[in-house]
Write a protein that binds this ligand. Structure first.
Ligand code: 0O2
Length: 274
């Protein structure tokens, strides 16, 4: 028996226990990364800025089992954050957009939602949590496990990361003056998120046109590269130089026209079966 009272009746094969959670984290990361990619490749603003994931460490699982009196054979039902995904957003509004995206998916079934943005925790912690039931198909067949998705702004994440380290450092004895500083800092992140939200429209416009220009340039260069393999190479070098000329003019409309012309040339080659 472990100190605190977790009784192990049989040998625990942690690798086997954690394997479906690892798969779930991999799959969920891939899915959320593709959401970002989809938005950006269409020149749109992505409500998700970044996503990370982790499987809870065995020592943290043991600590939580002890703290919440969860027996070993109940961890699948009772421990909801062995698979953890963290989604970072630029703006508070984006968080609710992400929640909506998750609600509309058939491959993620929501078990519980905890809105610690509307209901800020006593520590000052803010984030939106969604607990999922998620199906993974392994060699053993279908396993439905829980996963926790934390959705937060970068400011919320900054605060939570620092506070988490301090919590760990002081365990349950955080000095009052540090607790106070953290509460002040939490209020500062609320103000920061509000200020940022008030310029959201402008920031989104700027980012959109930046992304759009980048995707037009990528299209042009892909076309030039394809033409290089099938077309007259001297001609293609001329096209490339023309592109650099136009690029330097910093005129998005001219760049778009050029891209359209290249599309037509590329279509021509396709029609010839090349
Ligand atoms: P980890 O993996 O070390 O982060 P509770 O018993 O209330 O703490 P509960 O009911 O299981 O936990 O869920 P809750 O409150 O939604 O919290 C789950 C996770 O949210 C925590 O995981 C933290 O990651 C994060 N969180 C919640 N409250 C705070 C807080 O005050 N400060 C920070 N920094 N993070 C918080 P764990 O289990 O603590 O483990």
């Amino acid at each position: 028996e472990l100190a605190g009272g977790i009784l192990f009746m049989e040998i625990q094969l942690w690798k086997e226990i954690l394997s479906p959670y690892e798969q779930a984290v991999d799959e969920l990361l891939l899915k959320f990364k593709h959401i970002i990619k989809d938005y950006r490749s269409q020149g749109m603003y992505s409500p998700i800025e970044n996503v990370t994931g982790r499987v809870k460490r065995i020592s943290s699982i043991l600590d939580k089992m002890q703290k919440k009196h969860i027996p070993m054979d109940h961890i699948v039902e009772e421990m909801d954050d062995i698979a953890g995904i963290r989604i970072m957003c630029q703006f508070e509004e984006d968080i609710y957009k992400v929640v909506e995206i998750i609600r509309n998916r058939k491959d993620m079934s929501i078990r519980e939602e905890k809105d610690y943005i509307t209901n800020v925790k006593a520590s000052g912690y803010r984030s939106y949590h969604i607990i999922l039931n998620y199906d993974v198909y392994t060699i053993k067949g279908l396993q439905t496990i829980q996963a926790e998705i934390q959705i937060r702004t970068m400011a919320m994440d900054f605060w939570a990361t620092i506070e988490h380290s301090l919590q760990y450092k002081y365990r349950h004895n955080m000095p009052e003056h540090i607790r106070e500083k953290l509460l002040n800092a939490a209020n500062a992140t609320v103000a920061l998120d509000k200020e940022m939200s008030s310029v959201r429209g402008e920031i989104m416009d700027a980012q959109n046109s930046f992304n759009y220009k980048a995707s037009v340039v990528a299209d042009i260069l892909t076309n030039i590269q394809n033409l290089y393999y099938v077309g007259n190479q001297r001609e293609v070098v001329k096209i490339q130089n023309e592109f650099y000329d136009i690029y330097q003019k910093d005129d998005l409309e001219k760049l778009e026209d050029f891209s359209k012309q290249l599309d037509i040339i590329a279509e021509g080659y396709k029609a010839q079966g090349l």
